[in-house]
Structure formats: structure tokens, C-alpha cells
Design a protein around this ligand. Structure first.
Ligand SMILES: *[C@@H]1O[C@H](CO)[C@@H](O)[C@H](O)[C@H]1NC(C)=O
Ligand SMILES: *[C@@H]1O[C@H](CO)[C@@H](O)[C@H](O)[C@H]1NC(C)=O
Ligand SMILES: *[C@@H]1O[C@H](CO)[C@@H](O)[C@H](O)[C@H]1NC(C)=O
Length: 153
């Protein structure tokens, strides 16, 4: 019963919390991957003024009906799943690189995940990152989905 107001409040906060959003820094959309390959996934969280606390992220690979992974029936950004094969599920702790000279990257964390070995050459898939954080003084739950389309070599 208290879920609906929560969802509505969360929706009205979308604009406000946009700055807490993550970006998939790597791999780039359209990249080719190999079955069984170890893949570095860079998850960026551009810094923002409003306080936010990380909860977790889930990294998964979703099979796509189209090469651009934008079929409305498979849009995980709007219908909450299915998330496909889970490659990582756990804490997210974005940090600045301490490299010198500075690389000017936003706070980020790299995850090394293994591409499932059963994918076949030519398959279209999307790498999906589901992000859960607490924002502002409520705090409010921010649930966010990002994806990049990839092709299996
Ligand atoms: C991927 O990483 C795992 C664990 O570190 C390692 O055992 C495996 O050999 C790596 N696979 C490839 C193809 O590099
Ligand atoms: C990936 O994101 C785009 C843009 O938000 C969306 O159109 C597409 O349906 C998503 N693909 C999947 C598999 O969720
Ligand atoms: C994460 O990976 C990117 C691209 O591979 C690299 O430029 C960056 O330095 C890495 N960051 C850390 C903290 O290792």
C-alpha cells in the first residue's frame, strides 16, 4: 500500500537524481566480445553535489532480439527484467584513479567478468548494469538500468 507513493516519489526524483546516475565507461557500445573471454567492465559514477550512498550493482548479459538491443519487449530499463545471465552481484565502490598524470576519469570501479562460453558467433547481446543507491536525505532508493549492445565474435 505504501509502495505506490514510494514509486511516484521515486519517479519525481528522477530529474533531481540524474546526477547520481552511472555510466558504462567500458566496453563501448558495439564492441565485439569472445565466448569465455574475461571482460573488463568500467562502471563510472560522475560526482554530484547531493549525497548518495551506494548499495549494490548487478552486471549481467541479456540476449537481444535485434542487433541494437532496443526491442520494446526486451527493454530492461522500463520493465525490470529479465536480467539474463548474472556475471556480478555485489558491492559498488567507485573511486578516483590515483594515477599520475591524472586521467580525469570520474570515480569508477572496474569489474572483470567472464563472458559465458555458450554464446555463438553473431549473437547480439547487451551488457546490462543495474544500480541501486540511496540518495538525499529521505533517503530515496534510486534503481537504475544501463546497457550497451555487444556482438559476439
Ligand atoms: C579469466 O580469469 C580467470 C580467473 O582469473 C582465469 O582463471 C581464466 O584463465 C581467465 N580466462 C582467460 C580466457 O583469460
Ligand atoms: C538498452 O537501453 C536502450 C536505451 O535505454 C533501450 O532502448 C534498450 O531496450 C535496452 N536494451 C535492453 C536489452 O534492455
Ligand atoms: C579501469 O579500466 C580503465 C580502462 O581499462 C582504465 O583506464 C582505468 O585506469 C582502470 N581503473 C582502475 C582503478 O584500475
Amino acid at each position: 500500500m505504501r509502495l505506490l507513493p514510494l514509486i511516484l516519489s521515486a519517479a519525481s526524483l528522477v530529474a533531481l537524481t540524474f546526477a547520481q546516475g552511472i555510466d558504462i565507461g567500458a566496453p563501448l557500445a558495439g564492441s565485439a566480445i569472445l565466448p569465455g573471454q574475461n571482460l573488463t567492465v568500467e562502471v563510472d559514477r560522475p560526482n554530484s553535489l547531493t549525497g548518495s550512498e551506494e548499495v549494490a550493482i548487478v552486471i549481467s548479459i541479456v540476449p537481444c532480439e535485434t542487433s541494437t538491443c532496443n526491442s520494446p519487449t526486451e527493454d530492461i530499463s522500463t520493465n525490470l527484467g529479465p536480467l539474463g545471465v548474472i556475471l556480478y552481484n555485489g558491492p559498488y565502490n567507485p573511486q578516483y584513479d590515483s594515477v599520475s598524470p591524472p586521467d580525469h576519469k570520474p570515480p569508477h570501479q572496474n569489474f572483470t567478468v567472464q563472458v559465458p562460453s555458450w554464446y555463438r558467433s553473431g549473437d547480439s547481446v547487451a551488457l546490462a548494469v543495474t544500480h541501486i543507491s540511496l540518495v538525499s536525505a529521505g533517503p530515496w532508493v534510486l534503481l537504475e538500468f544501463k546497457n550497451v549492445s555487444l556482438v559476439v565474435d
